[in-house]
Design a protein around this ligand. Structure first.
Ligand code: COA
Length: 183
């Protein structure tokens, strides 16, 4: 299942064929340093297998492979909020280091944002980025996300304290009004 194509970038479901490339690209401290500690380090073949199994057991798929020129190069996801946050989702993504700075994340974020607003009945997509991750901040700015604020000293990563930069993009239409919005 493809959910969108933009230039050389395709978002599609993860498959078992992605296991070795996922493990290869994810097993990199330059990737994990920008992600939560729940992201395995080292990232093994077994981690990749169980991640892909989990992604493929979702009722509504919100975790996708990013393909560039026919190659698996990374993942992107929307994690749905719960309770009063159920009209919001958190975006997350990573690209394998050999493929950085080719515009891939920018195209992937645009594709999943369009998918989220069209298919998931959400009105807000958000995330927090560690202060030192300038590349990811630039990606979200290129994709029209708004820098909403700084959560000072919110992040404790690898023994250091860092600010978290919060970004969001809103669905921009009438469905956002509470009086015409259902569950
Ligand atoms: C962040 C990440 C997803 C970016 O992916 P990418 O495909 O290289 O992104 P793009 O090529 O679309 O855009 C990167 C932009 O950041 C810029 N950039 C890169 N390094 C930078 C730096 N140190 N300072 C400022 N800008 C930087 C690039 O020049 C480019 O902007 P431009 O198009 O204006 O030149 C990728 O580096 C990655 O996976 N990092 C590790 C995991 C991660 O950080 N995930 C996101 C967690 S919030």
């Amino acid at each position: 299942m493809n959910i969108g194509t933009s230039g050389n970038v395709v978002l599609r479901k993860l498959t078992k064929e992605d296991i070795s490339d996922l493990a290869k690209h994810a097993n990199n401290v330059k990737v994990s340093i920008n992600l939560r500690d729940g992201f395995p380090k080292p990232y093994t073949i077994e981690n990749a297998e169980s991640f892909i199994e989990m992604a493929n057991s979702q009722n509504q798929t919100t975790i996708f492979a990013i393909e560039y020129k026919g190659n698996y190069v990374g993942n992107i996801s929307l994690m749905m909020g719960a309770d009063v946050y159920r009209k919001s989702a958190e975006i997350g993504y990573f690209i394998g280091e050999p493929f950085w700075n080719k515009g891939i994340a920018t195209q992937a974020v645009n594709l999943i944002t369009e998918f989220g607003f069209k298919e998931l009945n959400i009105v807000r997509i958000q995330t927090g980025i560690f202060d030192y991750n300038k590349s990811s901040q630039r990606v979200l700015e290129k994709c029209g996300f708004t820098k909403e604020g700084i959560f000072q000293k919110a992040i404790y990563k690898n023994g250091g304290i860092y600010d978290e930069i919060r970004y969001a993009k809103l669905k921009n239409n009438l469905e956002m009004h509470g009086d015409i919005m259902s569950n």
